[in-house]
Ligand binder design. Structure first.
Ligand SMILES: [Zn+2]
Length: 137
């Protein structure tokens, strides 16, 4: 998918407030390795991981995955096209929290069929950086 800094951020495609990629997830994607710009909340990390799925940024997904649950490698399905994200509910996961729970629905199309994935994800924060831990369901 062609996304530039001025495009609506993939994680905001369904929102009325279509913040640009540069205003939303791009800084997180570009600065994860240095740790200079990190998502402040579990929801921001969740959004940035969704955008990374859209953009095929496997490295970012692995870097933001907690080491206890991180797969050795990640192969992204190129036939799957992510079309939008709805954040259903966020429990905890604020800037001062060490754990967060985010419930979301991600919409996709594959082989001309539309589908959606509903998940409740848990996140942990260590040394100021949020990590994806696992899915409750
Ligand atoms: Zn975003």
């Amino acid at each position: 998918m062609e996304i530039t800094a001025d495009s609506p951020c993939p994680c905001r495609a369904l929102d009325a407030d279509q913040a640009s990629y540069a205003q939303c997830c791009q800084p997180f994607h570009e600065h994860r390795a240095s740790g200079q710009v990190l998502p402040a909340t579990a929801e921001q990390l969740m959004r940035s991981r969704y955008s990374a799925f859209v953009l095929g940024l496997a490295d970012y997904l692995l870097q933001s995955w907690h080491e206890t649950t991180r797969p050795a490698e990640l192969l992204l399905d190129e036939d799957l096209h992510w079309e939008g994200l709805d954040i259903v509910k966020t429990r905890s996961g604020g800037a001062q929290a060490s754990r967060g729970v985010v419930e979301f629905t991600a919409h996709y199309s594959q082989d001309g069929q539309r589908g959606s994935q509903h998940e409740v994800s848990t996140f942990v924060r260590e040394n100021g950086a949020w990590f994806y831990l696992d899915a409750l369901y």
